[in-house]
Design a protein around this ligand. Structure first.
Ligand code: ADP
Length: 280
């Protein structure tokens, strides 16, 4: 090989080394581009989620503010009338003052529900799981609501057969049973019956709260556990309510590893079922 041929060979070798380097670089660049596209997609997805969260928060604040405005306006108007001494007589004055007191109770209960939802959603909710005698707990809730039931002309029947205890947080379960039983009373016309029972199954304590009330419209049944949802027939018969009780109830049952569901027929009645894991 003469000197010229050696030089050409060297140049060819350099050239193929350069080509290889270029091919490697192109591959690296393609990989980096793919990674960038993936990152971009992940960022867009995160952005969408943030937007949805932001929207949900705005909706939450807007619904909460609207629900607070009605009782607040009522209180403001009544206080204004009291200040001006505009009532016909003492009886009318007392009547409006007790309405103002009811509005205050409504606001307190709404604020409590809102705080509970916030605790659930931010993971700040604290549960203490201990053996709970559901039959005893439900009986005490029934006794607490008996005056309300009597006032509304509803009779409550109970059948507490469960002997076994459930693994649960008694304060949360008290709230859950109270909500289901109060709903049954609230959404049942006068003269109706609410039936509450507890039975024992192989691995759970089963609770039923059944009423002979207005029922839940078939086309709304899939929304019943959603935040703020209130069916139109409920809104018509019962103006007071936050639409948060069943959302909270579902979360409480979920945290217990239990199950909640219902069966309902419009104008015939509704039955809510709760299964809670039992102590073994
Ligand atoms: P609230 O009772 O404050 O409206 P809930 O979250 O407890 O809120 O209930 C949500 C909705 O579910 C009610 O507004 C009503 O439409 C429906 N609902 C709940 N329980 C019953 C029931 N026992 N009978 C008929 N409808 C019910």
């Amino acid at each position: 090989m003469n000197e010229q041929e050696i030089l050409i060979q060297k140049l060819q070798e350099d050239l193929s080394a350069c080509k290889k380097e270029l091919a490697d670089l192109t591959l690296d660049q393609q990989n980096a581009a793919k990674l960038l596209i993936r990152r971009d997609l992940a960022l867009s997805r995160a952005n969408e989620q943030l937007k949805a969260l932001d929207e949900a928060k705005s909706q939450f604040i807007s619904v909460a503010a609207h629900q607070l405005r009605t009782p607040l306006s009522a209180i403001k108007w009544i206080l204004h009338m009291v200040t001006l001494g505009q009532f016909k007589d003492e009886e009318e004055r007392q009547d409006f003052l007790s309405k103002a007191s009811e509005s205050t109770d409504r606001m307190i209960s709404l604020v409590n529900d809102l705080l509970e939802v916030d605790h659930i959603e931010s993971g700040k909710d604290h549960f203490v799981f201990l053996p709970v005698d559901c039959s005893e707990l439900i009986s005490s809730v029934v006794s607490d609501v008996s005056a309300l039931a009597a006032e509304r002309g509803i009779s409550i029947m109970t059948d507490m057969k469960a002997q076994a205890k459930a693994v649960g947080d008694s304060t949360k379960l008290n709230g859950l049973f109270q909500n289901l039983i109060e709903n049954a009373i609230k959404y049942t016309p006068s003269g109706g019956t609410v039936y509450v029972s507890s039975t024992e199954q192989e691995d759970c304590v089963a609770i039923t709260v059944k009423d002979s009330g207005i029922g839940i419209p078939l086309d709304q049944q899939d929304q019943i556990f959603s935040k703020f949802f209130r069916a139109p027939n409920a809104l018509k018969t019962q103006t007071v309510g936050s639409g948060l009780g069943l959302f909270i109830a579902k979360e409480i049952v979920k945290r217990h590893g239990g199950k909640i569901w219902f069966e309902s027929k419009p104008n015939e009645g509704t039955a809510f079922f709760v299964n809670l894991p039992k102590v073994r």
